[in-house]
Design a protein around this ligand. Structure first.
Ligand SMILES: Nc1ncnc2c1ncn2[C@@H]1O[C@H](COP(=O)(O)OP(=O)(O)OP(=O)(O)O)[C@@H](O)[C@H]1O
Ligand SMILES: [Mg+2]
Length: 223
């Protein structure tokens, strides 16, 4: 599903070059549930952004389902993401002026337009937000906002879900709802799941755990 080769990402910060991803190779087979762990600043979110084609590497290649992301333009990348990728960001990026129902309708409206209202309602039901369809993000609790972000990520039946600390701001009950939902998508629909998390008990539910430090993979274990 994802093949990363000789990946480098550097940025200029404070007048000098900062290496954020440092010669990283990684293959994630289709259908795998993989967790990425590592200290704050180790490059986890950057790596996820590169996998989604939201960010471009300084060097190296990222193949998503056989397509070399570095060879695609913005429109092609957006289309590919719309068809195949669901992303749950570390900060949710919900659209504040749209209701819960509208936020979740957007991805399917953009990609197919068919039954997007119904699909959005179903997705919201599965994250237990049926009673909040017409609420705006600011009227939702942190846990509800995160559940909304998860519903938006899977409403289009993506083959790949990239989740950046999806339980980071949640209490244990809400964390469990989110993780069970992601596990269900993985088990029942064969979704490839890449989950960034600080929490070891959550990481240990994945089939494979990668440890990142200073933009390099320092461990890669089956769990
Ligand atoms: N636009 C930028 N310019 C300069 N440095 C940046 C920029 N974005 C990120 N960095 C640096 O890149 C490094 C990796 O950031 P990244 O967000 O990928 O870390 P992370 O592992 O996701 O951390 P966290 O667990 O805190 O979310 C950090 O040291 C960060 O300061
Ligand atoms: Mg991060």
């Amino acid at each position: 599903m994802i093949r990363i080769q000789n990946l480098h990402k550097s940025l200029h910060g404070g007048g000098h070059k900062v290496r954020i991803i440092n010669d990283l190779d990684l293959h994630i087979p289709a259908g795998q549930f993989i967790a990425i762990t590592g200290p704050s600043g180790s490059g986890k979110s950057t790596l996820l952004g590169l996998m989604a084609g939201l960010d471009s590497p300084t060097n190296g290649d990222v193949f998503l389902d056989g397509k070399d992301l570095t060879q695609l333009d913005e429109n092609q990348l957006a289309r590919l993401r719309g068809q195949k990728v669901g992303i749950i960001f570390q900060s949710f990026y919900l659209i504040p002026t749209l209701t819960a129902h509208e936020n979740v309708s957007i991805p399917s409206e953009l990609s197919s337009g068919n039954h997007s209202e119904e699909k959005a309602k179903e997705a919201l039901k599965s994250v237990d937000l049926s009673h909040r369809l017409n609420h705006y993000p600011r009227q939702l609790s942190g846990g509800e906002q995160q559940r909304l972000a998860v519903a938006r990520a899977f409403v289009n039946n993506p083959k790949l879900i990239l989740a950046d600390e999806p339980t980071g701001n949640l209490d244990s009950a809400n964390s469990e709802i989110i993780i069970e939902l992601l596990e269900k998508l993985h088990h029942q629909h064969g979704v490839t799941l890449v989950l960034v998390t600080h929490e070891l008990d959550i990481a240990s539910r994945a089939e494979r755990i990668i440890g990142l430090e200073d933009g390099r993979i320092v461990s890669d274990t089956a769990s």
